[in-house]
Structure formats: structure tokens, C-alpha cells
Design a protein around this ligand. Structure first.
Ligand code: ZN
Length: 236
């Protein structure tokens, strides 16, 4: 089955425990001997590649075989891009449950990794993924109508209070631009989305929104969130 390993941890001698996301949900398995130089399972020693894996049938399965489908060399070569799969991986590992629509989420995950890999700036794919997953988990932004009067035209999104407003209830031009951007991300298909390079102010604003939304809806605050936020803060 197709799989992207999201996390590996040391396990006994030369082995690792792998946590992979697949179209059938999250799977954990023991990859025996994976740390040996000549291991046929070597590809499973690190996360974030698209693989074809075979697992045994046991309660804690072992990894029987692994084939490479795609690796993401541009992502690995760019410091900012290397941070993004960690955020995405941690979000899936901590929030996705058995009942979620795994084929759909897996497809979104693969498209997101492809998007980050091929775009000059992968940020939009991160934003798109995080906002879509929030919907997917049942906590989507309510962008369709003014939260006060229900009007559906000329809407804006107030970034401070996370509310959709109409012009009569205070939406200004900047709110309207945010509303348009958030709607565009939610509607877009990552497969044919063209991501523009973004400046740091834009990234900080969007990422702060994402963090607050996950905190409020799911009480989720990943370690990788902090790493990326530090990066956005420290980069001149
Ligand atoms: Zn209104």
C-alpha cells in the first residue's frame, strides 16, 4: 500500500518503530534491521517520502518490504521547506482518528508534499493543508455569511477575532482580501494550484491564525509549530 512515514523512533537494536499514514489510516510497524547499511528496508529509516510498503498481519506488524514512489529532494534542500512536513506530520499523527476519510486525506497529503516540493515557496500549500484539515475534522472556518446578520455579500474576515463580517458590520478592504484568500485556499485543488512567493509578514499572520484555530478547536499545539514560528520570527 501507498504510505508516507510521518515519524520514526528507535526500537531495539538496528530497528525502528515507524508511524505511517496510508489511504487506510495510520499504521505503525516495526522496521527490523532498518539501520543496517545494507538493509532492504533502508528507505523507511527516515520520514516524509512517498513509499509503497507491505506489512505483516500481526498485532504489531513488521515492515516486510518498501519501494520508493517519490522522494522530495527540493524540500530537503531548503531549510524553511524542511520544517513544513514536520508540521503536517504532527497534525495528522495527533488529530486524525480511525473514523476519518483516509483516502481523501491521504490524497491531500501527497498533493501537499508535491506542491511544497515544486513551488518556489511552499507556504501556500501548508496554509491550504492546515485549513482544509480543520474542515475535515469538523472545525472549519465559517466563511459563508456575516456572523452577525447572515449577509452573504461583500464579506470580510477579521483576522483578530476570527469572524466573518459584512461591510455594514465592519468588514474593511483588508478583511475582504483575507476572506478572499482563505476562500481561495479552501476551494483550491493543491494539484493545479500556483503558489506565489509570500513575504514574512503574510506568513506570520497566516501561521498565527492557523495556530490559534488549532489551539481553540482541538487544543492542539505542536512542537513543530513553535519551530516554524521561531523561523518566521528570526529571519530578517
Ligand atoms: Zn452583517
Amino acid at each position: 500500500m501507498r504510505a508516507i512515514i510521518l515519524r520514526t523512533i528507535p526500537y531495539q537494536e538496528n530497528a525502528k518503530l515507524i508511524y505511517a499514514y496510508t489511504p487506510y489510516g495510520l499504521k505503525s510497524a516495526v522496521a527490523r534491521g532498518v539501520l543496517k547499511m545494507n538493509s532492504p528496508l533502508k528507505l523507511a529509516a527516515d520520514p516524509f517520502k512517498l513509499l509503497d510498503i507491505e506489512l505483516s498481519d500481526k498485532a504489531l506488524p513488521t515492515l516486510k518490504s518498501v519501494k520508493l514512489v517519490a522522494h522530495y529532494p527540493n524540500t530537503k534542500a531548503n531549510y524553511e521547506k524542511t520544517l513544513l512536513p514536520h508540521i503536517i506530520g504532527e497534525t495528522i499523527l495527533k488529530n486524525v482518528t480511525d473514523d476519518d476519510d483516509h483516502p481523501k486525506l491521504f490524497s491531500l497529503l501527497v498533493k501537499t508534499f508535491e506542491g511544497i516540493e515544486h513551488a518556489e515557496d511552499g507556504f501556500d500549500f501548508l496554509a491550504m493543508f492546515m485549513l482544509k484539515v480543520l474542515y475535515f475534522l469538523g472545525f472549519g472556518l465559517k466563511l459563508g455569511a456575516c456572523h452577525i446578520c447572515g449577509a452573504q455579500d461583500g464579506l470580510g474576515f477579521d483576522l483578530k477575532n476570527h469572524q466573518t463580517l459584512c461591510v455594514a458590520h465592519g468588514a474593511n478592504a483588508s478583511d475582504q482580501a483575507w476572506h478572499e484568500q482563505l476562500t481561495a485556499w479552501l476551494k483550491a485543488d493543491a494539484l493545479d494550484y500556483h503558489a506565489s512567493p509570500r513575504d514574512l509578514t503574510f506568513k506570520r499572520q497566516v501561521f498565527a491564525l492557523v495556530r490559534t484555530l488549532y489551539q481553540d478547536a482541538l487544543d492542539f499545539n505542536a512542537r513543530s509549530f513553535q519551530m516554524y514560528q521561531n523561523y518566521l520570527k528570526e529571519t530578517p
